[in-house]
Design a protein around this ligand. Sequence first.
Ligand code: FAD
Ligand code: FES
Length: 376
Amino acid sequence: MIQNIPPLFSLFAGMGLFLILLLGFRLLSFEMERKTEPLIQDDEVGKIELVLLNSFDEAKDVRSFVFAKANGKNFSPFKAGQFVSFQIGNDPRTLRSYSISSSPESPRSLQVSVKALPGGIGSNWMHSLKPGDKVRAFSPSGLFVDEEHPNSPKVYVAGGIGITPFVSMLLGRATGRDMADVALFYGMRTSKDMAFHDLLVFLSKRMPNFKYFPILSDPDSEWAGDRGFVTLPYINSKISFLPDHRFFFCGPPIMTDTIIASLNTLGIREDRIHTEKFVSPVTFDRSTLQSRKLNLTWNGTEVAYDGTETILEGLEKANISHPFACRVGVCGSCKCKVKGKFSMITDAGLTPEEKKSGLCLACVAFPEEDLEIQVT
Ligand SMILES: Cc1cc2nc3c(=O)[nH]c(=O)nc-3n(C[C@H](O)[C@H](O)[C@H](O)COP(=O)(O)OP(=O)(O)OC[C@H]3O[C@@H](n4cnc5c(N)ncnc54)[C@H](O)[C@@H]3O)c2cc1C
Ligand code: FES
């Protein structure tokens, strides 16, 4: 027994040393975590700091980017079909929105998939990001979601990069929350443009209530499937839709607007047709706007407005900081009550109730007369 004491002592001494070292490493790692704290706190002025974990090609000019929160926390729950608006470079007012293309069931990270456009500021900036880079973005938002209608059969119509919100919706469905039938019609030019095609084929084989109809418009020797454009006759040739179907559109207006017009003539109710438009702030046409000298009153403060800016830009010119998170009328962050006449490029960021109550989206609204603005 006495002979066992030295080995026992060395065992306890060894364990003690190990614990001290462990504590030391933990303290060091806390210190490092503190030093690498995010530049901005989570959700400060609505923005979060993200770190790029990984990026990879999906198709010609299309790349996916997987982000986590820089502070290591989970993303707040988001809905399939929503988007994230990213700050492009250092200017907090240069934003571009990208639909989430990953499952809403994976809160540790989220993915967006971006098509690089020739001369496009935001898309090419996104394509230049490298793993480890930190970016600023607003939390997911958007009203182009389908989970409120789990029992309605659905038709999804995607053109080109407009496929992204549907990928998230379909991955969300894979968890079995929505058992209603869904048919995806996906129009592209060539097989090189077919982002997510393999994944969609895979999902259609595993989800009996999901039917997938890809169609290519341009000549392509590698493609033996359907050819042409997504049109209402094409949709009708694949499925027979019922009055309780809901339609979701995301693609170029030349494709979606014609089908929506035909659906309207068939008496499909407006509230069953959902659309997402991938607009950029640079594409707003201001050429016909007349310069105006007006007075804006914002939460009681008077501001002189002189020019052709949106209400948001007019307020910012006067150093008033009105909330925003997309600047293209889709997120609803800039909504306000307005007394007086104004016109809006889009009301996409308002719910049907908000539209009825006459709310204004300051980022896409232009004053027509003196206005009194009240932040909601
Ligand atoms: C809700 C939402 C979700 C979106 N989701 C996605 C998505 O998942 N994936 C995706 O790739 N995109 C998506 N977009 C589009 C995206 O936000 C950007 O609009 C897109 O990437 C183009 O931005 P950019 O800065 O590259 O191009 P911009 O610099 O904004 O230019 C847009 C286009 O206009 C052209 N252009 C620029 N200046 C002029 C000019 N003076 N005259 C004429 N043409 C001009 C450019 O060459 C380019 O083709 C989404 C948009 C919204 C609103
Ligand atoms: S800032 Fe998003 S709707 Fe105006």
